[in-house]
Design a protein around this ligand. Sequence first.
Ligand code: ADP
Length: 253
Amino acid sequence: MPESVNHLSQIIEEMRARMHDTALDKQTLVDPELLEKSRKLDRLINLYHRINRSGSRGEEIILELTLDQNMEVIEMSAVGKKIGAAKIELVVGDITLQDTDAIVNAANNRLAPGGGVSGAIHRAAGPGLWEECRKLGGCATGEAKITGGHNLKARHVIHTVGPVYSGSPGDPVQLGNCYRNSLQLALQNGLKTIAFPSISTGIFGYPVDKAAAVALQAVRDFLAQHSGIELVRFVLFSESDFEVYSSALSKLA
Ligand code: ADP
């Protein structure tokens, strides 16, 4: 049975030791898969220590590892931070599959299906979502609008329009507004859990490292100032985006 482990740096250290022992037992020290896991674990341990060192506001690091029954296969399920009663979580995954109260759509100004995250959400939700969206009169950049989830597991979709990256000082303001306005809308609707994709970093061309810093800062500040939201999950589509967001989380001011 897979088992989730939280907050236990000692267990991670122990797992690493066991993994190396296993490798030696089986004479598979050069197994590239095992080496990759070992490197990933090293990065995680570094991240853990960095975030813990920077945890001056009593914010607590969260690491969830999925292990098999022999505790041999190690996979990172989530990394995150506690902000008061709320949690920011980073995962690799598909936004359309999330069972949070709301998922956020990186939408366009017309709220039309389009490509990227928006296309995926509209396909998974079914045509009812576009029927509902088309009556909303579009959405300005940085603003957010809410609809039902239709065929999705999430009961609601919050549509927000990120900026097309231009390198101007307005970019981070608008991107931050997307996160703030989406969270505000979630609060107004009594929603407690929400999943975001990496807004603007696909077709809209926002560099992921810059976007991650803006996104995490906006969410952290919002959670520090408002109560009611319990979970904000960032669903990153690739391991490399996950790494960038993890690193940005560890550097939060
Ligand atoms: P934008 O137009 O705001 O840039 P995109 O939809 O083009 O939005 O992409 C935003 C990010 O979402 C990109 O990093 C992209 O890889 C990622 N993405 C695409 N599909 C999904 C999905 N199903 N779940 C989560 N993230 C996704």
